[in-house]
Design a protein around this ligand. Structure first.
Ligand SMILES: CC/C=C/CC(=O)SCCNC(=O)CCNC(=O)[C@H](O)C(C)(C)COP(=O)(O)OP(=O)(O)OC[C@H]1O[C@@H](n2cnc3c(N)ncnc32)[C@H](O)[C@@H]1OP(=O)(O)O
Length: 280
């Protein structure tokens, strides 16, 4: 018996045949997500995992961005939250960063269903890290990019990116982009087979793009023995699962000191007041 799950105003989900469809529905802030939203994403993945009728978990979004990553307003709120008394800065960031981050990353790493991402636009930060943990990625057009602005925000790699990015794009291409805070643009995503298909649709047509991907997927799965798909995912994942599990712990514990020292908070504040921008 599947348990009930709470609703979230930024993320919706529904089940259609073998597809568990998760959609980010807050386009006005470019689908930025707060800590609780990332936890909700993890909970939805668990729900999909437990449903034996589901074989594919599909991530969709709305508007011009897939997701602009961690919500800087939410991060500022976590800092100012006088209602909660933490014993120390370490205790505060264990709660506000480490626990949430490790949980959602783990939910993606261990997910047993085939993870499909419909990239309707750019993805940034932790959200982009989750995109890199997907098994299949389709793009709306060639304007999509992934940005991991850790060096600009006083952070280090997270969401498994220390493993996923070198694995999918090669170590040197990853160093160049992470160290100098440059995006992974469409060309490198294509060269490395990261994007399976470019649907060549206008950026304003996210809804039509999502529907078109679903239409193709319905056709593609016709006649397949779907347990074979999951059996193969399990084997393909077996190659890297130990590295992902290890890095998830190393990344969050490494990042903790940066949060405690305060540089990310200062830089997120500058982002929020538009004193700081990412170079794209
Ligand atoms: C848990 C800790 C983990 C951290 C890991 C991360 O996820 S790090 C990544 C954090 N995200 C970012 O650094 C992206 C910040 N956003 C931007 O740099 C820019 O908005 C953009 C994505 C480059 C897009 O720029 P553009 O000029 O096209 O749009 P606007 O800047 O005008 O944005 C439109 C509105 O959306 C709001 N918004 C965008 N991103 C965020 C965000 N991350 N958090 C909160 N709000 C965001 C922006 O403020 C605009 O809203 P207005 O009300 O219209 O001002």
């Amino acid at each position: 018996m599947l348990r009930e799950i709470r609703q979230n105003e930024k993320i919706s989900y529904h089940i259609e045949g073998p597809f568990f469809i998760i959609r980010l529905v807050k386009p006005d802030n470019l689908n930025a997500l707060e800590g609780e939203d990332y936890i909700y994403l993890g909970e939805l993945l668990e729900l999909a995992d437990k449903n034996s009728d589901v074989y594919f978990t599909i991530l969709q979004s709305t508007g011009r961005f897939f997701s602009s990553g961690a919500d800087f307003k939410g991060i500022a709120r976590a800092q100012m939250d006088d209602g909660v008394k933490y014993a120390s800065e370490t205790s505060k960031w264990l709660s506000n960063f480490v626990a949430r981050n490790v949980y959602v990353t783990d939910a993606f790493i261990k997910h047993s269903k085939v993870l499909v991402c419909c990239l309707n636009g750019p993805a940034i930060g932790l959200s982009a890290a989750l995109v890199a943990l997907c098994d299949i990625v389709y793009s709306i057009n060639d304007k999509v990019y992934l940005l991991y602005p850790f060096a600009n925000l006083g952070l280090i790699t997270e969401g498994g990116t220390s493993v996923s990015l070198p694995l999918k794009f090669g170590p040197n291409a990853t160093y160049e982009r992470l160290v100098f805070n440059k995006p992974f643009k469409y060309d490198i995503m294509c060269q490395n087979g990261f994007i399976s298909k470019n649907f060549r649709m206008p950026s304003s047509d996210a809804e039509a793009f999502n529907e078109e991907v679903l239409k193709e997927l319905r056709e593609k799965v016709e006649g397949l023995y779907l347990p074979s798909c999951l059996g193969m995912k399990k084997l393909l994942k077996a190659n890297h699962i130990d590295s992902f599990n290890k890095i998830n712990s190393l990344e969050v514990n490494g990042s903790l000191q940066y949060w405690v020292d305060g540089e990310p908070l200062r830089r997120f504040g500058q982002l929020s007041s538009k004193e700081r921008k990412h170079r794209l």
